[in-house]
Design a protein around this ligand. Structure first.
Ligand SMILES: Nc1ncnc2c1ncn2[C@@H]1O[C@H](COP(=O)(O)OP(=O)(O)O)[C@@H](O)[C@H]1O
Ligand SMILES: [Mg+2]
Length: 389
C-alpha cells in the first residue's frame, strides 16, 4: 500500500468519530474530526476535534457544513471520510464532498442502498435471498417488522402494530428467527475482499427497541459454504452499486440459508474487531481501496475480539475522576449528563478463546456499571451530608 500521507489530511465526520480517528492515528494520518461529542478519547487521536451538537434528526446540516468549512476548507488538502449518521443522507454527503476529495461511497451508491424498493429489487435481480419484504403494511401484522429506510444500529426497527399506518420512509419485513451476523469487507468499486465474519448481539434493556445493536464478536458458527455464499452476495452488490472502501453486510441465518438484511455503506463498528491486525490500521486500507487497491485475500485467524456497547441503566451525571477500566472507549467527559437507555461507553476485549472473550466483555460491563453505581451512591451521600440532612 503506497499512500502519500504527508499530502493528505483527513476530515472524519460521524456521530462518533472515535474509532475512525483511532484507526487513522494507527496509520499515521493527520486528522480533523467532527462528531457529536468530541470525547476526550476522540480528541487524543486527532489534531483538531470539533463537537457539533445533534438536532432531532442527527447532524444539523447548516452547523455541520459551517464547521467543515471553518476547520477543513474546500479546495484545501482535506479528504472526506464519513461514518454512521452521514451515510443515510446522500444529499449531505454530496454537499460535504464539494471541493473535497471523497474517500467513501458516492451519493449515487447511497441512493440505491438507502432506497428500500431499489435495494430489494436489486437483490432480486442479483438472485440474493432476503426475508419477505413489502412497502405497505401487511393485513396480518403478527411476525412482521417495521423498518425505517434510514435506520442505524437497529434503532428504528420494531414490531409492526395492528393498525400500522403506512409510511413513505418505512418498509415491512417478515421477522426471521435465526442468528444475526455481519461481514466486514473492503471494496474498490468492482471487486471486494472479506475482512471477517461476525456474530451480532442485540440489547435487551429496552422493550421498545428490541433490535438495538449491542456489540459483536469476530467469530461465527457459519459453515465454509455459508461464508462463501455471503462473500458472493457482497461481490455482486459491490459490482452493481460501485461500493468502495470499508462496508458491511448484515444477514440472518435461517434453515441453513443466509438472508441479507442490509448493507452498511461505510466503516461499521466491527472495524474495531480487526483494526489492530493491520499494521497501518484498516482506515489506511479503506483509503487504499477507495483509490482502487485491495489487500491480499486473508483468512481471519487473528485473535478473538469482542465489542460491547454499555447502556446507561438510569439518568445520571458522569462523575469526575472515575477510573474507566482498560478496554473502555467512547468515554463520556466528566460532568456529561447521561440518560437511561443511552449508550454509556463501549468495551473491546481480546482473547484466545470465544467463550472467554464473551465472559470478559460482560464482566467489564458489570465492573463499569457497579463502579459508577457505588460512586453515585457515595456522591448522593456526600451531597446529603453537606446539606445537613
Ligand atoms: N427480517 C428480520 N428478521 C429477524 N431479525 C431482523 C430482521 N430485520 C432486522 N432484524 C434485526 O434488527 C437488527 C437491525 O436491522 P437492520 O436491518 O440491520 O437495520 P439497522 O440499519 O437499523 O441496523 C438486525 O441486526 C436484526 O437483529
Ligand atoms: Mg444493521
Amino acid at each position: 500500500m503506497a499512500l502519500q500521507k504527508d499530502k493528505m489530511e483527513l476530515l472524519l465526520i460521524a456521530q462518533s468519530a472515535r474509532m475512525l480517528a483511532q484507526s487513522a492515528a494507527r496509520g499515521g494520518f493527520r486528522v480533523i474530526a467532527i462528531d457529536f461529542h468530541a470525547d476526550s478519547d476522540t480528541c487524543r487521536h486527532t489534531e483538531k476535534c470539533i463537537a457539533v451538537a445533534p438536532g432531532v434528526e442527527g447532524f444539523d446540516e447548516v452547523a455541520l457544513l459551517a464547521a467543515a468549512g471553518q476547520f477543513a476548507p474546500q479546495h484545501g488538502q482535506s479528504a472526506l471520510i464519513y461514518g454512521s449518521g452521514i451515510d443515510t443522507r446522500p444529499g449531505l454527503v454530496e454537499r460535504l464532498a464539494q471541493g473535497r476529495k471523497l474517500l467513501g461511497n458516492q451519493p449515487a451508491s447511497l441512493n440505491i442502498i438507502y432506497n428500500p424498493p431499489s435495494f430489494f429489487t436489486l437483490l432480486t435481480q442479483l438472485g440474493i435471498p432476503y426475508p419477505e419484504t413489502r412497502f405497505t403494511p401487511p393485513d396480518q401484522t403478527k411476525g412482521w417488522l417495521v423498518k425505517p429506510s434510514c435506520s442505524e444500529g437497529g434503532m428504528g426497527v420494531g414490531w409492526c402494530a395492528k393498525n400500522q399506518q403506512p409510511s413513505r420512509d418505512a418498509y415491512y419485513q417478515r421477522f426471521v428467527r435465526g442468528e444475526v451476523y455481519s461481514l466486514l469487507f473492503l471494496a474498490n468499486g468492482k471487486e471486494n475482499r472479506s475482512i471477517g465474519f461476525n456474530t451480532q448481539w442485540t440489547a435487551t434493556h429496552n422493550p421498545a427497541q428490541p433490535f438495538l445493536f449491542a456489540g459483536a464478536i469476530n467469530r461465527t458458527d457459519l459453515s465454509e459454504a455459508q461464508c462463501l455464499a455471503v462473500g458472493e452476495y457482497a461481490a455482486k452488490i459491490t459490482a452493481a452499486t460501485g461500493l468502495v472502501g470499508l462496508n458491511s453486510l448484515d444477514f440472518v441465518l435461517a434453515d441453513g440459508v443466509t438472508l441479507v438484511l442490509e448493507t452498511n455503506p461505510r466503516p461499521s463498528a466491527t472495524v474495531a474487531l480487526y483494526d489492530e491486525d493491520y499494521a497501518e490500521g484498516l482506515l489506511a486500507w479503506h483509503i487504499a481501496a477507495c483509490l482502487g487497491e485491495l489487500p491480499p485475500t486473508t483468512r481471519n485467524t487473528g485473535p478473538v475480539r469482542a465489542l460491547r456497547i454499555v447502556f446507561c441503566p438510569s439518568n445520571f451525571t458522569i462523575p469526575v475522576g472515575f477510573q474507566w477500566p482498560d478496554g473502555c472507549a467512547d468515554i463520556p467527559n466528566p460532568g456529561a449528563m447521561m440518560e437511561a437507555g443511552q449508550p454509556l461507553c463501549s468495551v473491546l476485549v481480546k482473547d484466545k478463546n470465544r467463550q472467554e472473550a464473551e465472559t470478559l466483555v460482560k464482566s467489564l460491563e458489570n465492573e463499569i456499571l457497579n463502579g459508577l453505581h457505588s460512586l453515585k451512591t457515595l456522591n448522593v451521600g456526600a451531597a446529603s451530608a453537606a446539606q445537613g440532612e
